[in-house]
Design a binder for this molecule. Sequence first.
Ligand code: S3P
Length: 426
Amino acid sequence: MQMTVRRPRRLRGDVTPPGDKSISHRAAIFNAIADGEARVENYGTGADLASTLRVLRGLGTQIERHDDGAFTVRGGILAEPSDILNTGNSGTTTRLMAGVLAGQPFMSVMTGDRSIRSRPMARIVDPLRLMGAGVDGRDGGRLAPLTFRGGSLHGIEYRMPVASAQVKSALLLAGLFAEGETTLEQPAVSRDHTELMFRSMGVEVVEDGLTVSVRSGRLIAMDVTVPADISSAAYWLVAGVCHPDAEVRVRNVGVNPTRTGILDALAMMGADVSVENERTEGGEPVADLVARSSSLRATEIGGDLIPRLVDEVPVLALAACFAEGTTVIRDASELRVKESDRLMASRVELLRSGAQVEELDDGLCITGGRALQGATHRTYADHRIAMTMGVAGLVAAGETTVQSAQTASVSYPTFWDDLGSLGEGA
Ligand code: S3P
């Protein structure tokens, strides 16, 4: 599917993106291994979240969908799967489920699509082996397919080489099935939805600076209402601040401080984004965000800010094209091992629109102020690149075409409809 977008005269509207991907994965997986039954509302609609449900059903979890879109997860003991578990395009499903499968007394095999099979798995396989897990995979355990042969796990003290919430969560999950204490030292804070949800589900998680510990225990099932995904909201915020005549409201967005790096970065660029109706729902902070046309200035983004906006770097790079001066993004080499090499993809596709972009080993250097021109873009089978180039179409002159635009549905199936709803006037 190919989509063509033209910059509208005005951008106005009100969007509620689908349920947060990170919180949804956790709500399903944690309730599947918990004691009791729970209702999950506003579970995200993307293909990655369907992958998590498919994998859990493959392990015998009963999941019942209701007419209102909510579903019930019946938690309990997982069973040996009769077939290979397929995680599709979802890194979060793969990493988090690896932590669960490592602690089960049965054999399982997990694989995913071509992108998943090329993404680094040693980051979870190495520490899981240190915990005593029988884990293996292609290339000595560096690549999926991965195999798990249940063993008895023991806690470890582990210094994580990357600030990754997926790795942290995998090890905290394995820690639930391990004897003793599992202590992780993170290089920087990454999203803490696992820690919050474990606590709400009755398992103590001790945090001390960058250290997180958990002891073996059983989670107690908990109803979850998932807020809208700030990583999906980011596309509309950038569209709003870059378009010359815009006011875009994004409702019901999760604004957990470990995820709001995009708001901090846009504020550093002088963007007019307001946070309204702040409230707490199910232990997570939620707000409405309003983005208005802004004169942006360049900034420097790196260090501890990166894990707090890791999925938003491509769309932030687009925003930097509209900022006066040179924006430098550093410490972002993790972007090279996401669904695609997002530093390369962002550079190549923004160059097609006439932007001034250079690629660094660990980031991007973008000089703004040159008007963007519509172009034809590739998506690298990466939903975030597809959506970034869709937003480029709302703010570039002329016509923008996004090839393989359906890729957006990995996290945001209604992305193109929502994009279409924002424009007023040709
Ligand atoms: C996620 C963590 C991030 C992020 C991904 C979702 C999660 O990955 O890129 O989209 O839900 O834990 P890393 O923690 O590996 O950087």
